[in-house]
Write a protein that binds this ligand. Structure first.
Ligand code: DI6
Ligand code: FE
Length: 394
């Protein structure tokens, strides 16, 4: 197949956005085999005229909690009627309410809920999505969440990458016994999940209300013995030192990072870790501490953007809106925002065969009814997707 009559934001090279005006893309066997100026395009018997539209890499949402039971709309309403987080937590709300609903849900119910959210992402050109466990916090439900995440690939034309996030919170059975929870659940279930091929990366939540750096290090050590890459939710609500730890373990990414420092940025640059910024959580929680975007630029830390789709801090299923928020809230440029949901989102997942339009990469593409790439981040609540191409299939 030869795609013609389009502008292509390749996300490579020297030009802004790696833009090639009046371009063509050749696709064979699910791969991009050629991209360049249409005047030099190779011949093809099957030509698709894209009517002057813009082509980008298929979008990649590299941080989601797409699989969970129930919802927390009632808590949203309670807070806006004056209830505090503490009151809600004492009434069994917060992560605990999602934990209870997730444990109680059948696999079919978890799958159905996740598919609705996944469809919203796909409708905006998403072709690869990361999905975390972390609302079971017991062996059976953590493994079920990962199996449901994997099963999404059987129901939709999308690539799923899973992260094992049993170190998300201390479950009620282990209050004040976080280390026992690590020993009895997090570490043994990680080994089981790895053996079943359910885990692509190991994640954790390093925060005052979750796990400290010493506890996260135990999780990372176990991941290393299983040859699994690591990533971490760090410095979201306070500075705990998780970023420096993650960098020492060569993390694929460190995520949130509102309270990260210039020294953290430097450590991430040396480790090659991607900074995954999550403006949807910042927005929902009404945060004011901005992530150190300029320090990431100064140190050459690649920045990704993701939805963080979860029922509590980010009930967000629009990666285009996350791009807009990255620009308006975090002052990222529209070019950084697009690179953050393509090229660097791929890097955050360790998938270097996508996220950039270049010969040899997977033919995962999005075709947009816009003229300029900046329009993707500029508009609010508007979806200009024309066609999605996954593995060369329109
Ligand atoms: N950071 C967050 O903001 C969410 N998890 C995390 O590690 C909160 C998840 C929730 O409230 O359900
Ligand atoms: Fe998260």
């Amino acid at each position: 197949m030869l795609l013609t009559n389009c502008h292509v934001a390749t996300l490579t090279g020297e030009e802004p956005y790696g833009l090639i005006a009046d371009a063509a893309i050749k696709i064979e066997g699910g791969l991009i085999t050629w991209v360049g100026a249409s005047s030099q395009a190779p011949r093809s018997s099957e030509v698709t005229d894209l009517g002057g539209r813009l082509v980008t890499p298929g979008l990649i949402d590299c941080h989601t909690h797409l699989v969970f039971g129930g919802d927390r709309a009632d808590e949203f309403e309670m807070r806006l009627n004056g209830a505090s987080y503490e009151e809600i937590a004492r009434a069994g709300g917060g992560i605990l309410s999602t934990l209870t609903a997730t444990r109680a849900a059948t696999d079919a119910e978890l799958l159905q809920g996740a598919l609705v959210r996944l469809d919203a992402l796909i409708a905006e050109g998403v072709t690869t999505v990361e999905v975390k466990s972390g609302y079971g916090l017991e062996a059976e439900t953590e493994l079920r969440m990962l199996r449901v995440a994997r099963a999404l690939e059987e129901h939709r034309d999308v690539t799923v990458r899973t992260s094992y996030l049993a170190a998300h919170a201390v479950p009620p059975e282990y209050v004040h016994r976080a280390d026992a929870y690590l020993d009895e659940v997090v570490l043994p279930v990680m080994a089981r999940g790895a053996q079943e091929g359910l885990i692509d990366a190991v994640d954790g939540f390093c925060e005052g209300i979750a796990f400290g750096p010493d506890q996260i290090e135990r999780v990372f050590k176990a991941a290393k013995t299983l040859n699994l890459p690591v990533k971490l939710h760090a410095e979201q609500l306070s500075h705990q030192g998780g970023t420096a730890l993650a960098a020492r373990y060569g993390a694929l990414s460190v995520d949130h990072l509102e309270y990260a420092t210039a020294a953290d940025a430097s450590a991430m640059a040396q480790a090659g870790s991607v900074a995954v910024l999550l403006p949807g959580a910042f927005y929902t929680l009404g945060e004011t501490q901005l992530p150190p975007v300029q320090a990431f630029r100064d140190h050459g830390v690649p920045m990704a953007l993701a939805t963080d789709c979860n029922p509590g801090s980010a009930p967000l299923t629009s990666l285009l809106l996350a791009m807009n928020m990255g620009c308006t809230l975090f002052r990222m440029t529209p070019e950084e925002a697009l690179a953050g949901v393509t090229r660097y989102a791929a890097k955050a997942l360790g998938r270097l065969d996508r996220g950039v339009i270049a010969a040899g990469n997977r033919a995962d593409l999005a075709v947009w009814d816009v003229q300029k790439p900046a329009e993707l981040a500029y508009r609010i609540g508007f979806n200009p997707l024309f066609k999605r191409i996954k593995g060369g299939v329109l």
